[in-house]
Ligand binder design. Structure first.
Ligand code: PGA
Length: 255
């Protein structure tokens, strides 16, 4: 058991058209009727095109906050196709994912890019969720911890940012239905927490370290009960109200 308030984040990736507003509304209404916000912080990161529609769909009392999936480091300028942290905040985001392995692979983002995005998030008042995680080759070579801690060292900001969270997402567990053993998850989470404490002092111990990679309603409780897991970053299972809320309920019971 941990005293940290769990953070459950849904990453919709490149999924969802305007009609998805209904699913988000359903999520927020169920979360509100079940008083999930009393115990857990919930965030959905839809594609950027849906941040503003989702924000206005639930303008009064939002039981599920909104986040973006990435941002550019600059506030504005000649960067065709990119979105700044300020624009995402303006659209209604309060959070931003930085350094997801799909961004690192598809767009060649390196730790320095992630670090610049985290600085941009802080500048715009967004809370960053920094993703780190090893490939299967790294793990087979016994280098999982080195890779994860190296990414963290290269991308975490020098000074604390409000609600900064780290997500441990083994690349080989994302979208594959495979998850590491409980011992492996706990080992990496302990190492990340120790690195955060070394960097930020006691406040580092209060930062939430999420697990991500094939989290589903049927394995969420087991994963979220592991010390010191502070929540989850969920891809596929965050797309429907039914499975996202089921995971949130598992989180409430696990903490
Ligand atoms: P998944 O994705 O839950 O579909 O494995 C997790 C993620 O990429 O954040």
């Amino acid at each position: 058991m941990t005293e940290i308030r769990p953070l459950i984040v849904g990453n919709w990736k490149m999924n969802g058209l305007q009609s998805a507003v209904d699913e988000y509304k359903k999520m927020t209404m169920t979360a509100a009727s079940e008083n999930l916000r009393d115990a857990i912080d919930l965030v959905i990161c839809p594609p950027a095109t849906l941040i503003a529609p989702f924000a206005t769909a639930h303008a009064s009392e939002r039981s599920i906050a909104l986040g973006a999936q990435s941002c550019h480091a600059a506030a504005s300028g000649a960067h065709t196709g990119d979105l700044s942290a300020e624009m995402l905040a303006d659209a209604g985001a309060g959070w931003v994912i930085a350094g997801h392995s799909e961004r690192r692979a598809d767009h060649g983002e390196c730790d320095a890019d992630v670090s610049a995005q985290v600085a941009a998030a802080a500048r715009a008042g967004l809370s960053p969720i920094i993703c780190v995680g090893e490939t299967l080759e790294d793990r087979d070579r016994g280098q999982a911890l080195d890779v994860v801690l190296g990414q963290l060292a290269g991308s975490a900001p020098a000074a604390i940012v409000d609600d900064l969270a780290v997500a441990y997402e083994p690349v080989w567990a994302i979208g594959t239905g495979r998850t590491p053993s409980s011992d492996d998850i706990a080992e990496v989470h302990h190492a990340i927490q120790a690195a955060l404490i070394a960097r930020y002092g006691p406040e580092g111990a209060a930062m939430r370290v999420l697990y991500g990679g094939s989290v589903k309603p049927n394995n969420a409780a087991e994963i979220l009960r592991l010390e010191p897991v502070g929540g989850a970053l969920i891809g596929g299972a965050s797309l429907t109200a039914e499975s996202f809320i089921a995971i949130a309920q598992a989180a409430r019971e696990a903490f």
